[in-house]
Write a protein that binds this ligand. Structure first.
Ligand code: ATP
Ligand code: LTN
Length: 328
């Protein structure tokens, strides 16, 4: 069996891009060898409001459950509940070089954004070592991620190979997998930029918990173009192609097949809005039920953490032993 591990950060609100690009594929391929993690420690690379972090972490776990991740089938847990992550992260920090970590484009982008004199945490720099620990603890073969995480998974591979060659076979060397090209959802107002969490107040982002009216309004106002022809052509017609991808994504068809059904933008928008509302409605209903019973979510997450820890503890013990830490 192929062991799969992936993680999502509890920041902002889940949007349609997260769903179609990452989370629905997680649900569809879940089996006993799938491990999914709410990576709360990764959220700490920037200062957090404690109450908000607790709320966002719980809500994200509830979203994952409402989407259909089944704790009886896969393993779903919160990263900080399994302390082996931070312990292996130290071994990974000592396996990574300063130069390697300095070359991570995400670090460069985010630290540049903070500007001169802005606060850049040490955690933002060492973050990829924690991510490597997340993956390596579970002997993952595959790591489904967005393109922006490609470099971090490559680093994870390098660290696993380096550790194995220095200290003997310890880790499985994982590979990144990427969702199909159609799964990149773009901003409705700016269809050449991806729909993003950082923009969750924006009219171009559809949130999982948006009311039907809001979804209809956002899709109706989506930017298209003036040539009036419905055709899937991402380069020439990014707005229309995005609507076709969304409608295809929520109905399980291809954008080309969907395009053949339409001649005008109006009906395409109306049907896309209706299909998104219909796809999200049962998820929103399940979410409301789970949100009303946080103790049940806590119970499910505890079961997930216990199951995760069994594997994580064994891998950490192997790594500790191989690197020469004295057994207690
Ligand atoms: P931010 O905008 O703050 O960078 P994000 O919305 O990109 O956040 P992440 O937590 O980085 O969200 O991503 C969670 C998962 O959702 C990742 O696997 C990512 O590739 C996927 N994802 C995010 N945005 C999109 C999108 N617009 N289309 C398809 N997949 C997406
Ligand atoms: N860095 C990722 C989240 C993440 C992750 C992981 C993804 C943390 N640990 C392990 C896959 C596997 C992000 O920012 N999207």
């Amino acid at each position: 069996m192929t062991r799969v591990f992936s993680g999502i950060k509890p920041t902002g609100h889940v949007h349609l891009g997260n769903l179609l690009g990452a989370l629905i594929p997680w649900v569809e391929r879940q089996d006993a060898d799938s491990i999914y993690c709410v990576v709360d420690l990764h959220a700490l690379t920037v200062p957090q409001d404690p109450d908000e972090l607790r709320g966002t972490t719980l809500r994200l776990a509830q979203v994952l459950l409402s989407l259909g991740l089944d704790p009886e089938v896969c393993t779903l847990f919160v990263q900080s509940h399994v302390h082996e992550h931070t312990e292996l992260a130290w071994l990974m920090e000592c396996t990574a070089s300063f130069g390697e970590l300095s070359r991570m484009t995400q670090f460069k982008d985010k630290s540049d954004k903070a500007g001169r004199g802005g606060f850049v945490s040490g955690g933002l720099f060492t973050y990829p070592a924690l991510m490597a620990a997340d993956i390596l603890l579970y002997d993952a073969d595959e790591v489904p991620v967005g393109d922006d995480q490609r470099q971090h998974v490559e680093l994870t591979r390098d660290l696993a190979e380096r550790f194995n060659s220095r200290y003997g076979p310890t880790f499985t060397v994982p590979r990144a997998t990427f969702p199909s090209a159609g799964a990149r959802v773009m901003d409705l107002q700016e269809p050449t930029a991806k729909m993003s969490k950082s923009d969750d107040q924006a009219p171009g982002t559809i949130l999982l918990l948006d009311e039907p009216k809001a979804i209809e309004r956002k899709i109706k106002r989506a930017v298209t173009d003036s040539d009036g022809e419905v055709r899937f052509d991402v380069e020439a017609k990014p707005g229309v192609s995005n609507l076709l991808s969304i409608l295809a994504g929520v109905t399980g068809r291809t954008p080309e097949a969907v395009a053949a059904d339409y001649e005008r933008y109006g009906p395409l928008k109306a049907d896309t809005a209706a299909a998104v509302v219909e796809r999200l409605a049962p998820i929103q209903t399940r979410y409301a039920e789970l949100a009303a019973d946080p103790a049940e979510t806590a119970r499910l997450l505890a079961v997930g953490a216990d199951r995760a820890r069994e594997t994580a503890a064994a891998t950490l013990a192997r790594a500790r032993d191989n690197i020469g830490l004295l057994p207690r």
